[in-house]
Design a protein around this ligand. Structure first.
Ligand SMILES: NC(=O)c1ccc[n+]([C@@H]2O[C@H](COP(=O)([O-])OP(=O)(O)OC[C@H]3O[C@@H](n4cnc5c(N)ncnc54)[C@H](OP(=O)(O)O)[C@@H]3O)[C@@H](O)[C@H]2O)c1
Length: 303
């Protein structure tokens, strides 16, 4: 396929983050990609991506960026920050929506997040402004899809990979409450496949996206210990103690775990049903855990 025949994708947030790297792998072969983000990403250069260096929060005129674009995928968001930081990014994204409507973008894909407890939905800037963008897209004239994946796993992710590393280092792990809430981790490669499928579709809808298995959280952490070849050992924290621990980490500037992430987990809203519709089975998390865990497993003692 020549460059002229390829559909053109604008990736807001670019292809350097967890989801962006998988989107690049999924689309680079047969789409032309333009990306907007702030820091250089060598893999984009190698793949011939057109990088527009910029901050989505400060772009006033989106029209030049949207020129010739068929589909927009938005990945830009922060994991933490002030009300002002989220508001400014949301306002930039709202400007991009209005411009996309006026130039007639064919498809708009927003990567969002699952439902959270009401207290977080109504007070946490991370969620309040995310929902402002989600709703503006849904209320727009654009052919949209809002994908809401649960916990993602993939190379260099910030959750399961970090949990494995922590378990390998300390041989113990905190258990938040009794651990009987659920999670259904989904592979970031599957999310990129979903984005592709949804980008080619025409339905205007909101799509929850869980992985193939709904785990009891405690069983998943046991499986993480198994992946590094260690018996599961926990120090148990009450739900309140768990949130307090995460807050304490935040106070010391750690980005290991945020208090809102613990509250979300404890609220039992992250065990989404598997996404149905890919032409192949969703990737199980076990193979990923075993491959990552192999870095930490001790070599069997010789002879
Ligand atoms: N990770 C998960 O488990 C998970 C689960 C559910 C949903 N999501 C959603 O999926 C999306 C992508 O998440 P991710 O984990 O891939 O995040 P990530 O690794 O932090 O990547 C986000 C990318 O956005 C870019 N970006 C951030 N602020 C920007 C701005 N103001 N202007 C332009 N680009 C900006 C960053 O690139 P530069 O630094 O180069 O600008 C970064 O590479 C987010 O919307 C997130 O909420 C993630």
């Amino acid at each position: 396929m020549t460059g002229a025949e390829r559909p053109r994708l604008l990736v807001v947030g670019g292809c350097g983050g967890l989801v962006g790297r998988a989107v690049l792998e999924e689309f680079a072969q047969d789409w032309s990609i333009r990306s907007l983000h702030r820091h250089p990403v060598p893999a984009e250069t190698r793949a011939g991506v057109e990088w527009i260096a910029g901050d989505a929060a400060t772009i006033d005129d989106w029209n030049p960026l949207l020129n010739g674009v068929d589909t927009v995928v938005n990945l830009a968001w922060y994991r933490n920050g002030s009300e002002r930081r989220f508001r400014r990014l949301a306002e930039g994204l709202l400007r991009s929506l209005r411009a996309s409507e006026s130039v007639g973008v064919r498809r708009w894909v927003q990567i969002s997040v699952p439902e959270a407890p009401v207290a977080l939905e109504t007070r946490l800037p991370y969620l309040v402004w995310k929902r402002v963008v989600d709703r503006a897209l849904i209320d727009s004239a654009l052919p949209y899809v809002v994908v809401r994946p649960t916990m993602l796993f993939g190379p260099q992710d910030k959750l399961l990979t970090v949990m494995l590393r922590t378990m390998a280092r300390y041989h113990r792990f905190p258990m938040f409450g009794d651990g009987d809430y659920h999670v259904s981790p989904i592979s970031v490669r599957d999310l990129a496949r979903i984005v592709r499928r949804e980008a080619n579709g025409s339905e205007r809808h909101v799509v929850p996206a869980g992985g193939p298995k709904r785990w009891v959280y405690r069983d998943l952490t046991d499986r993480l210990f198994a992946a590094i070849g260690r018996p599961p050992r926990y120090f148990r924290l009450s739900p309140r103690g768990s949130v307090r621990l995460a807050r304490l980490l935040e106070t010391f500037g750690s980005d290991l775990l945020y208090a809102y992430e613990v509250e979300w987990l404890l609220s039992d809203r992250l065990g989404l049903a598997p996404y149905a519709g890919l032409d192949r089975p969703l990737e199980p998390v076990e193979a990923f855990l075993d491959a990552e865990g192999a870095r930490y497993r001790r070599a069997p003692s010789g002879r």
